[in-house]
Design a protein around this ligand. Structure first.
Ligand code: SAM
Ligand code: SF4
Length: 373
């Protein structure tokens, strides 16, 4: 097995290490299907590459507190391999945008070089980064200079104590400084990703939105998904999009944005106040992956930090590209394996109508940090 073993830290978790992913028999994609198509008529154009599995935070909904083995450096995709994957994706397979993620991508020291290399080959490709913002203050200008288009910074609370409870680290000031630096570097639009946890930061949602609106930041709430290494996610304990709207409507008025969603995961709402409904203060996004899934419009294809294709965030199947990248195979062979992996993309993740633990949905052994969110 060549991805990190997660030692379970939750005593209720029924096993102590992860099991192997399901063996996959790849069916080649038909020659006449365009790019990264699947059997259900979708085509993936949005490429997400995880640069590293390591992280400097330990968010409870993502990583365990400890007991985590990192991928050895030799397993991580190199700068050359990443730029080759992007080249094949853009030139041969219809990829139209790139997001770099992790783990924590800022932990990777060659991040500016990765961005600069991809940018030099693809002058018009939108390149975005998802980061927890720790240490971003010193790096934002260099990332912009390297060719980064825009940035998402994750921040679930404005309070140091809540931040420490959620992330098990004490770095909130570094994140605030990083957001300021991203704005100053014009990595626009700067978006903020927030996950709400019941009883911890759910009631802080209106305050977080007010803060984001004041600064011209676009806040997106993401429903907590069953991708935590500790396997403690429970459907009946998560904050749903409906709960969130109810919280926000204690202070704001939300009206659905009528612009076409075009495969975007976030449903956008225009925000005003009940006192002055005609003055739009900004927008908020809600990504309801669990309670209102958008699988039928999904345009994503993911590559993990060690070069495996995951056709879906919740997939238990993965397809290795790293062996082909390292054994002298040509671009065509890599493209065909990637196409075959995407051809097998499931219709939907299945947890919305079946519930966790049913025969249709089994939580992935990978946590969000080991996939690339
Ligand atoms: N470390 C970076 C960060 O936190 O932004 C990038 C990787 S992180 C896996 C990407 C996004 O996934 C973050 O916005 C994080 O809040 C979100 N995330 C992590 N675990 C999640 C979960 N179980 N459910 C929903 N979102 C999750
Ligand atoms: Fe790290 Fe991001 Fe996971 Fe938090 S959500 S532990 S910052 S990878």
């Amino acid at each position: 097995m060549d991805y990190p073993r997660y030692m379970a830290t939750n005593p209720e978790t029924p096993r102590s290490t992860v099991s192997l992913p399901m063996p996959t028999i790849l069916t080649p994609a038909p020659a006449d299907s365009p790019g990264l198509s699947d059997k259900f008529g979708r085509q993936a154009t949005d490429l997400r590459i995880s640069l590293i599995d390591k992280c400097n935070l330990r968010c409870t909904y993502c990583m365990p507190a400890d007991g985590l083995a990192w991928l050895p450096k030799s397993k991580l995709l190199t700068l050359e391999e990443i730029s080759r994957i992007v080249r094949i994706g853009v030139r041969d397979l219809g990829v139209r945008e790139l997001r770099l993620t992790g783990g924590e991508p800022l932990v990777r020291v060659d991040l500016p070089q990765i961005i600069a290399t991809v940018r030099s080959e693809h002058p018009d490709l939108p390149i975005s980064l998802t980061t927890n913002g720790v240490g971003l203050a010193k790096k934002a200008a260099a990332l912009k200079e390297a060719g980064l288009t825009r940035i998402n910074v994750s921040l679930d609370t404005l309070h140091a104590e809540t931040f420490a409870k959620l992330t098990r680290r004490d770095h909130i000031d570094s994140v605030f400084a990083g957001i300021d630096a991203a704005l100053a570097a014009d990595l626009a639009p700067v978006k903020i990703n927030a996950v709400l946890m019941r009883g911890i930061n759910d009631e802080q949602a209106p305050e977080l939105l007010a803060w984001a609106l004041e600064r011209g930041l676009e806040l997106r709430f993401i429903e907590q998904m069953p991708l935590d290494a500790d396997h403690v996610w429970r459907k009946d304990n998560m904050v749903t999009a409906a709960d969130l709207r109810a919280y926000l409507e204690t202070r704001f008025r939300l009206s659905p944005d009528t612009k076409p969603r075009d495969g975007a995961p976030a449903e956008r709402f225009l925000v005003s106040t009940p006192q002055d409904p005609d003055t739009i203060l900004g927008a908020v996004g809600i990504i309801a992956s669990v309670s209102e899934p958008f699988c039928s419009d999904c345009k994503r294809t993911r590559i993990t930090a060690e070069g495996k294709v995951m056709s879906c965030l919740f997939s238990r199947e993965e397809t290795d590209l790293s062996a082909l990248l390292r054994d002298g195979s040509d671009d065509r062979a890599i493209a065909e394996r990637w196409r075959a992996a995407m051809w097998g993309k499931p219709r939907a993740h299945g947890m919305d109508h079946t519930g966790l633990g049913s025969k249709d949905f089994v939580q992935s052994d990978r946590s969000m940090s080991a996939i690339g969110g």
